[in-house]
Design a protein around this ligand. Structure first.
Ligand code: SAM
Length: 212
């Protein structure tokens, strides 16, 4: 049974892209599912009206997701000090104790890019206290997963097992390197949203400049 501290966490992804790509849809569906199972809330904020009416079924039908047109600033205007921004440029690493200090964990809803363009700076400008999840760029769903493991399961960042820059076989002859850090699953493979490997295989022709 989850205790109060565990059940009171909210993961907020502020959607910063003009579109909602299939890649993001699969990531958001995975975050919703895992948050629901961990008794946490998942809020997808700043979703423009035009997108909100067209949100892919895999996201809309996910249990435990709340889709908001308002921005994180509006929603948590009166409790800014309880919001922690997960920020690759922060000087302090996230620790299990941050689970006592913060109730809201904020992430940039942006596709990863290589090299990173620091679009998280759009959220940093708003003045939230920041924490880093180590030096390697993660996909958004991985960043939420790792945060949950640290603040809810109370596992320190450095005790989590990761897979960095995995090679994925896209067909018989070719493989491609994903330029991100993932959590290592029980089977030793990187944990990825359901359907992601097939999407990567289908999209492998397009190049991987800006995909996840
Ligand atoms: N290249 C991106 C940028 O422009 O900032 C990083 C985007 S990453 C795919 C999406 C979100 O995951 C970030 O906005 C941040 O909230 C979180 N994130 C990813 N890696 C992280 C890390 N190493 N430390 C802290 N947060 C991270």
């Amino acid at each position: 049974m989850a205790n109060f501290a565990e059940s009171s966490k909210t993961y907020v992804v502020e959607h910063l892209d003009p579109e909602l790509e299939q890649w993001s849809a699969l990531e958001y569906a995975a975050i919703a599912k895992e948050s629901y199972e961990a008794n946490a809330q998942f809020l997808l904020s700043s979703v423009p009206e035009s997108l909100a009416t067209n949100i892919p079924g895999v996201v809309k039908q996910s249990k435990g997701i709340k889709i908001e047109q308002r921005s994180v600033e509006e929603i948590f205007a009166s409790q800014k000090e309880s919001v922690c921004l997960l920020d690759p440029a922060a000087s302090k690493e996230l620790s299990p104790e941050d689970g006592d200090k913060f109730t809201v964990f904020l992430f940039g809803g942006i596709l990863g890019d290589d090299p990173p363009r620091d679009r998280t700076s759009e959220l940093r400008k708003k003045g939230y206290e920041g924490r880093r999840l180590g030096p390697v760029q993660m996909t958004t769903d991985t960043a939420v997963r790792v945060t949950r493991i640290v603040v809810q399961d109370r596992t320190p960042l450095e005790k989590i097992e990761y897979v960095d820059h995995p090679e994925l076989k896209v067909n018989k002859h070719e493989s491609t390197e994903m330029p991100f850090r993932y959590v290592k699953g029980k089977d030793g493979e990187p944990v990825m949203p359901e359907g992601m490997i097939d999407l990567i295989k289908n999209d492998s022709e397009r190049g991987f400049g800006e995909l996840l």
